[in-house]
Write a protein that binds this ligand. Structure first.
Ligand code: UT7
Length: 339
């Protein structure tokens, strides 16, 4: 939450996105899976997604998006004081993905990863705001995923949902005429860890021939349970965050929900009483890109002129954990470019 008396006026001053080169349509998937374009579109709202090629990884996509964000902020890599990478598909288990991205960008600052699954970008954004308010002038935040690497290509229930991509933002202190980050709500219901996750490869179930044979290195999901919990979690998290900013849903110019399923989005928007005309949806083109989903939607709406300076933006992610993360933003009036 914004601290009373805080006058650092943090804002997003630069942003960028990156997508892999290969588009995979529903028809492409239906050639190898028992599914159809009609089923996928009706049940999810997805038409296509991007899948990384062998030479594209979470770190390469992150670096591409980050480079664009730094340039757009009118900065150089040396100006970045900290980088936070949100991902649930890390470059490798160790070292953290930020090490690879920072090396690629020529950063000399510290970095760390956040894994809050699809809520990761908003978590990272709010941590970045805290760090910026506490004296780091420019914090780089990246949400980057290669979900195609952890999806079982033969599981029609999950293979149709996910896509790859990245989005990045520079959060700067003293960057706007008014405070841009109005409030937040971060949550996690750890009783729901079993409904969505990757079982193998960690401390509880190290990778072995057995886990490979059983497919435990792939995502497993109870789709209906995630669906039900997600709608409730999004609605409650958005309400808490808006309350903290002394705002209501009527004050929201743009709702940026995590792009998981059009039916989850419409159900949450309807319960919040936010019209779909004020809700940004782009999952038809990208699928569920996890921590890249909110930046891909937010920055698309900024770049095409829907979101304007002064607009109130409600961004809400939910994901494995079950995590939720909401930011209430006022889109900045001035950025470093225009100062
Ligand atoms: O970031 C968070 C990530 N996860 C999510 O957001 C997932 C949330 N859940 C969902 O989006 C939905 O639950 C799904 C899209 C995954 C599934 O939709 P659903 O309406 O909940 O379908 P269902 O699981 O109830 O399955 C209905 C039927 C089943 O067949 P039977 O048992 O009725 O004969 C499934 O086997 O649809 C079948 N089915 C499919 N059919 C064609 C499941 N996947 C497919 C498929 N194509 N791809």
């Amino acid at each position: 939450m914004t601290q009373p008396g805080s006058n650092s006026h943090c804002a997003i001053t630069g942003w960028g996105v990156a997508l892999p080169t290969t588009i995979v349509t529903n028809d492409d998937l239906s050639r190898r899976l028992e599914t159809t374009d009609a089923w996928i579109y009706e049940r999810t709202g997805i038409r296509q997604r991007f899948f990384a090629n062998d030479d594209e990884t979470t770190a390469t996509l992150a670096a591409q998006a980050a480079r664009a964000a730094i340039a757009r902020a009118g900065l150089f890599p040396n100006d970045i004081g900290l980088m936070i990478v949100a991902t649930c598909t890390p470059e490798q288990l160790m070292p953290h993905t930020g090490a690879f991205v920072g090396h690629e960008l020529g950063l000399s600052c510290g970095s760390f990863d956040i894994n809050a699954a699809c809520s990761g970008f908003v978590y990272a954004l709010e941590v970045a705001v805290g760090m910026a308010r506490n004296g780091i002038p420019n914090v780089l935040v990246v949400g980057s995923e290669t979900m195609s690497r952890i999806v079982d290509p033969d599981d029609r229930a999950t293979a149709i949902l996910f896509g790859d991509g990245a989005g990045a933002a520079v959060v700067s202190a003293h960057a706007s005429e008014f405070e841009s980050f109005l409030s937040n709500d971060l949550g996690c219901d750890g009783s729901a860890t079993a409904i969505l996750g990757v079982l193998a490869g960690g401390s509880k179930l190290p990778s072995s021939q057995k886990t490979l044979d059983s497919g435990d290195h792939f995502i497993s999901m109870n789709g209906q349970e995630v669906f039900k919990r997600a709608v409730l979690a999004v609605v409650e998290s958005c309400q808490r965050a808006l309350n903290r900013a002394s705002l209501t849903c009527d004050d929201v110019d743009w709702f940026i929900p995590h792009q998981a399923n059009i039916r989850i989005i419409t159900a949450a928007a309807s319960r919040l009483n936010i019209a779909m005309s004020r809700t940004v949806v782009n999952l038809d083109r990208y699928g569920n890109t996890s921590s890249a989903s909110i930046p891909l939607a937010l920055f698309e709406a900024v770049d095409d002129g829907r979101i304007r300076p002064g607009d109130t933006v409600l961004a809400c992610g939910f994901g494995a954990g079950l995590t939720t993360a909401t930011s209430v933003l006022r889109w900045p009036a001035t950025t470093k470019e225009s100062r």
